[in-house]
Design a protein. Structure first.
Ligand code: ADP
Length: 396
């Protein structure tokens, strides 16, 4: 089947067009600056990328440009829109309503709408993408794949916050977790690479990108993860604070005269690696500054690594041991130094890094020694492939 995978944001739309029989990516692209001015970059497999700059007032125009690009006689990969067998949509928050991917119908759309107050920036944008596709591709089946779904197996003790239970009962305030599609894909690959059934494995997946989260996967199920009600909890991220003492909010708001929106903006956009270093949210710049002896870069680097290590320790306790630790996403896939620094703390687990094997980027590898008691792996994530697979299997 040929599946169009769509990841729709408020002003952007990423897509991949995947043949699920061969798992080949036939084309991919990005529409940016929707509602501002407009730019589409379309890359057909094995060919040069094409860029189109023209007015893109709304998502309907963006989707129609994607269809035009896919069917273009020169840069296209199909001749007719009808060759798109189904569309898979990435959806950020499924609340407690979705524990797996689903075929989208009116009921599902209403349920995604209901989850919108849990992800006010993301779910409405995802819905706009769904509606635009419905309008332009009527009759083409659509599937929703949720970032939160994989974590619905978390036990109550892991998702419960230490606040009055009535807030859960009234408003469903609990931990949900995100990056679920990535954690599911990577843990599945770990089992395949190690040649063991996932049902027998205790795996920690470290998804370390701009947004970052750690997940404990026991017997193929997520039993805990570092993000919570929103993607703000957990690790120190590119610009997000991760865990902190909630009383800090009031303290800083009083000192700086901030209202709650201003404070949340600081925690989401001005904190994390950017805030701690004062240099950048991008680890490449942190590494360069660190190498040049900048103490602020070292502070950010060390605090980031230490937080990851603490979560791995917590999940070793939660699962009563670890068989494998996998690293993925921008940093996890490209930064051997960070992988090494994290693993150096894990000698107590019997984990031993093979430096030569660790010296790679972006490809699957086990980078621990033969006698290491815990396997450490680099596994490039592929959320789009997972969305395409789910979509194909649900609409078949
Ligand atoms: P996002 O969560 O936005 O998808 P990414 O997964 O792209 O983020 O991760 C961003 C981080 O990964 C940045 O800190 C960046 O330094 C690092 N990164 C991404 N690509 C590379 C690369 N090719 N080489 C080194 N670091 C990279």
């Amino acid at each position: 089947m040929k599946i169009l995978v769509i990841n729709c944001g408020s002003s952007s739309l990423k897509y991949q067009f995947i043949d699920t029989e061969t798992e080949a990516v036939l084309a991919k692209g990005l529409v940016e600056r929707i509602g501002i001015d407009g730019r589409l970059k379309h890359t057909p497999a094995g060919k040069e990328a094409v860029v189109k700059e023209e007015s893109i007032p709304d998502h309907n125009k963006a989707v129609s440009m994607v269809i035009d690009a896919l069917t273009d006689p020169e840069h296209g990969v199909i001749t007719d829109m009808k060759e798109i067998d189904a569309v898979g949509h990435r959806i950020v928050h499924g609340g407690e309503k979705f524990a797996s991917s689903v075929v989208i119908n009116d009921e599902v759309i209403a349920a995604i709408e209901e989850c919108s107050d849990l992800a006010p920036l993301h779910n409405p944008a995802n819905l706009i993408g769904i509606r635009a596709c419905q309008e332009l591709m009527p009759g083409t089946p659509m599937v929703g794949v949720f970032d939160t779904a994989f974590h619905q197996t978390m036990p109550e003790k892991a998702y419960t916050y230490g606040i009055p239970h009535e807030y859960y009962e009234k408003y469903k305030v609990r931990r949900y977790g995100f990056h679920g599609t990535s954690h599911r894909y990577v843990s599945g690959r770990v089992a395949a690479i190690l040649g063991k059934p996932i049902e027998d494995l205790k795996i920690v997946v470290c998804h370390l990108g701009n947004g970052a989260s750690v997940c404990a996967v026991k017997n193929g199920e997520s039993v805990d993860t570092s993000m919570g009600l929103t993607p703000l909890e957990g690790l120190i991220m590119g610009t997000r604070s991760g865990d902190l003492d909630p009383a800090i909010l009031q303290f800083i708001m009083n000192k700086e005269g901030l209202d709650i929106d201003g404070m949340m903006n600081v925690l989401n956009k001005k904190s994390g690696i950017l805030g701690v270093s004062g240099i950048s949210s991008d680890f490449r710049e942190i590494e360069d500054a660190y190498a040049a002896g900048d103490p602020a870069a070292k502070r950010a680097n060390d605090a980031f690594v230490y937080r990851v290590v603490k979560y791995i320790g917590a999940y070793a306790a939660a699962m009563n041991g670890i068989d494998a630790i996998a690293f993925t996403a921008g940093l996890g896939e490209n930064n051997a130094k960070i992988r090494k620094e994290i693993c150096e703390y894990l000698g107590y687990l019997g984990l031993k890094v093979d430096d030569e094997k660790n010296n790679v980027r972006g490809k699957e590898v086990v980078f621990t020694t033969e006698d290491s008691k815990v396997a450490a792996l680099l596994v490039p994530t592929d959320e789009e492939m997972m969305i395409a697979r789910d979509t194909a299997s649900l609409v078949k």
